[in-house]
Design a protein around this ligand. Structure first.
Ligand code: UDP
Length: 321
């Protein structure tokens, strides 16, 4: 067992938050999950974590000086919804994070790991994407996360916060009984698995005329457990007065058609596909350079194999059958 720190995990009933909470507990830390269950699930909160059902905007009610740090996942995270209802994203993501930073300042909690996103970069012309790539989000979701990153930077400079923002590429896979259950589901791998399960007739391929080898979009899929490990390393790497920003991805791009083919191989089920029009705002290629995470956090992903990522997600969805 380690020295057992005490951490608040906001949004710890969601996909990534629950996997990180489970990793913190396994490492011997104490964990309190704060989640309003608007998109999270009570059953996803790991056993052994204290659970508070409450809004991030009210975090000051519960945060006190007994905490060694905060891991902040509580946010709205659907791109399409953010275009239709931007006010929700400013309120939950920016407003919620403002409330959190104020509560941390008041309580004297000075370590933060923030769940940021590749959506802060928008549609960069160069690949792979480094942290020096210009940020130019193309939707309110990415803009709200970028605004929080700016807020955190200034908090570090002005008030000595120790913070790490982790910019995720395409998170996938599962960690035992913790996996992805969005409603509505919009992500490629869970949708293709629903087709393999017979719950959906076919997978729509959103555009096959992109400037990529097979014409479909290329993404960098990262296993949620590799991602979780980076959060624990970030807690150790966080330094007072510095805002460290790190991309998290494997640096390997897979096309939509390669993902579908991998699901066929892993599941042994047929997966009919239909070509559909492009989805608005989808860049052709998004691949990370995660050199900084390796260098500064000592992070080394060990589950980069796409078939392994899909196999873990497949095992998770079959538990729910
Ligand atoms: N995609 C697709 N059909 C679907 C869902 C997604 O072709 O039913 C494509 C989508 O256009 C993108 C890739 O799969 O190129 C990954 O999409 P996802 O929503 O999983 O993640 P994103 O890259 O948008 O964060």
């Amino acid at each position: 067992m380690s020295d057992g720190q005490k951490y608040l995990v906001t949004g710890g009933a969601g996909y990534v938050g629950s996997v990180v909470a489970a990793h913190l507990l396994a490492a011997g830390h104490r964990v309190t999950v704060l989640d309003d269950l608007s998109t999270g699930h009570r059953v996803s909160v790991p056993e052994g974590a204290e659970f508070i059902e409450g809004r991030i905007q009210d975090v000051a009610r519960w945060l006190d000086s007994s905490y060694d740090g905060v891991l902040h996942f509580a946010a709205s995270s659907q791109v399409g919804e953010s275009v239709a209802h931007p006010e929700k994203y400013w309120s939950n993501n920016v407003g919620g994070s403002m409330a959190l930073l104020a509560a941390m300042r008041d309580a004297g909690v000075r370590t933060l790991v923030f769940s940021s996103t590749a959506a802060t970069y928008g549609e960069p012309a160069t690949s792979p994407i480094t942290e020096d790539t210009a940020t130019a989000p193309t939707n309110p979701y990415g803009a709200s996360k970028l605004a929080v990153d700016h807020m955190i930077s200034s908090e570090c400079t002005a008030h000595g916060l120790a913070a790490v923002s982790l910019r995720y590429f395409n998170v996938a896979g599962a960690h035992g009984s913790y996996g992805e259950r969005h409603d509505p589901e919009t992500h490629l791998i869970p949708l293709v698995l629903q087709v393999a399960q017979g719950k959906r007739e076919a997978i729509s391929v959103f555009g096959d005329d992109y400037p990529t080898p097979d014409g479909t979009c290329v993404r960098d899929y990262i296993h949620v457990a590799d991602l979780a490990e980076a959060h624990l390393l970030a807690l150790t790497a966080a330094t007072g007065g510095e805002h460290l920003i790190c991309n998290l991805g494997n640096g390997n791009g897979f096309s939509v058609r390669e993902v579908i083919e991998t699901v066929r191989k892993v599941t042994g089920h047929p997966v009919p596909e239909v070509t559909a029009p492009r989805r608005g705002g989808d860049p052709a290629v998004l691949v990370a350079s995660a050199e900084r995470a390796k260098d500064r956090l000592g992070w080394q992903p060990t589950r980069a194999d796409l078939a392994g990522i899909v196999a873990d997600a497949w095992e998770f969805v079959r538990q729910g059958e």
